[in-house]
Design a protein around this ligand. Structure first.
Ligand SMILES: [Zn+2]
Length: 320
C-alpha cells in the first residue's frame, strides 16, 4: 500500500496562534534602476508590462516583478548575519538548493523543494525528495506613471573584460527605469505565527536597499500625508483571521499619482465595507490594520524578534 501524507508537515508547530498577515506599500525609486529582463540587439532591456485600459487604449509600464522581489527577499535571509556566519549556511540552505526543513526560518515561510534525493557535501545523510509549500506570496509591482525606460551607454565590467581577454572596454547599452517611479507592491502571508511573520518582516525591510540588478540599487517607501497632516511612509500591515479589510491595491490602469493615492487611501480606511475615520490603527474583532508610521512600528518589533530568535544564539525550537 502506498503511504501518503495529507497534513501540512508543520504539525509540530501547532502550539502558537496563527494569523494571516499582509503588507501593502508604495515604493519609490530613488535613482535609475535596472530590473534586468533580456538582451535585445546588444541592449539590456528592463521588464515592462502592457496594460489595456477600459477605453481600449494600450499602455506600457515599467515593472518591478513580484518574482524578483521574492528572490531578493530570500537572499536577504540567506545572507543574514548569524553569529559569525550566515543564516543560510547555518541551515545549509541556499538557492537553488533549499534545505526544505520545517525548522528552517527561510524554507518554513518561502517554501522549499528537493526534486530528487540528493547529498549535500557536509551532511552524512542524503536529503530526501520533498516539497514544502511556501506561505508567502508576492504581488503588484506595476509602476503608476507611464514613463518609458531610458537607454544609456555603459562600459563593460572589468571582471568580464578579463574573462574575455579584451584589452579595451566594450561598451554596451542598458535600459533603466527612471528615478521617481512609484511601484505599489504587496506581500501576503498565509496562517503564520508571529515568529514566522518576523522572517517576512526582516526580508521585506532588508530587501528595499537591495532591489535591482547591478548598480545602483534600492527603493524606499514613498512618503506623503496619510493618516494626518504629517508625512508618513505609505505602508499598511494587516493581521487577521477573516479578510474584512478592503485591500489597498492600486489599479495598473491608473497613470496619475493623485488618483492612485486616492484609490489606495480609500481602501486603507475601509473595513467590512464601512468607511473608517483616518487613524494609524484600525481594529474590528480579530482584524488589526496598522497604517503609516504605526505599520513601521509593527514591522520593527517583528524584526527585533527575528534578531533575538534567529540571528542571535537562541534556539527557536527550545527557546534557550
Ligand atoms: Zn531552508
Amino acid at each position: 500500500m502506498r503511504t501518503i501524507r495529507a497534513t501540512t508537515g508543520l504539525e509540530d508547530q501547532h502550539n502558537l496562534p496563527r494569523f494571516h498577515y499582509d503588507i501593502y506599500a508604495i515604493l519609490e525609486g530613488g535613482q535609475e534602476l535596472y530590473f534586468g529582463h533580456e538582451t535585445q540587439v546588444n541592449v539590456n532591456v528592463v521588464e515592462k508590462v502592457k496594460i489595456s485600459r477600459v477605453d481600449g487604449e494600450e499602455i506600457e509600464k515599467c515593472y518591478l516583478s513580484p518574482t524578483k522581489r521574492r528572490g531578493v527577499e530570500r537572499r536577504v535571509l540567506i545572507w543574514a548575519p548569524k553569529e559569525n556566519g550566515f543564516l543560510g549556511d547555518s541551515f545549509r540552505c541556499g538557492v537553488p538548493h533549499t534545505c526544505s526543513q520545517p525548522k528552517c526560518p527561510i524554507c518554513r515561510v518561502f517554501g522549499g523543494l528537493i526534486t530528487d534525493q540528493i547529498k549535500e557535501e557536509s551532511e552524512s545523510e542524503p536529503r530526501k525528495a520533498t516539497t514544502m509549500i511556501g506561505r508567502l506570496t508576492h504581488g503588484g509591482g506595476v509602476a503608476i506613471q507611464v514613463l518609458a525606460p531610458e537607454e544609456k551607454q555603459r562600459a563593460m565590467h572589468p571582471s568580464k573584460l578579463q574573462q574575455q581577454g579584451e584589452e579595451t572596454p566594450m561598451p554596451f547599452k542598458r535600459e533603466y527605469n527612471e528615478p521617481g517611479l512609484l511601484y505599489p507592491i504587496y506581500n501576503h502571508c498565509l496562517s503564520m505565527t508571529e515568529s514566522e511573520f518576523s522572517s517576512v518582516a526582516y526580508a521585506f525591510m532588508g530587501s528595499l536597499a537591495r532591489l535591482g540588478a547591478g548598480n545602483p540599487k534600492g527603493l524606499k517607501i514613498f512618503e506623503d500625508k496619510l493618516t494626518g497632516e504629517m508625512s508618513e511612509p505609505w505602508i499598511v500591515v494587516d493581521r487577521y483571521l477573516s479578510p474584512i479589510g478592503k485591500r489597498p491595491i492600486v489599479s495598473p490602469s491608473i497613470t496619475v499619482i493623485d488618483e492612485a493615492q486616492k484609490q489606495f487611501k480609500g481602501a486603507v480606511f475601509s473595513i467590512g465595507g464601512e468607511k473608517q475615520k483616518p487613524d494609524s490603527k484600525l481594529i474590528r474583532g480579530s482584524f488589526h490594520r496598522y497604517i503609516g508610521d504605526a505599520a513601521i512600528v509593527t514591522l520593527s518589533k517583528c524584526i527585533e524578534q527575528f534578531e533575538a530568535e534567529v540571528l542571535t544564539n537562541v534556539d527557536a525550537e527550545t527557546d534557550d
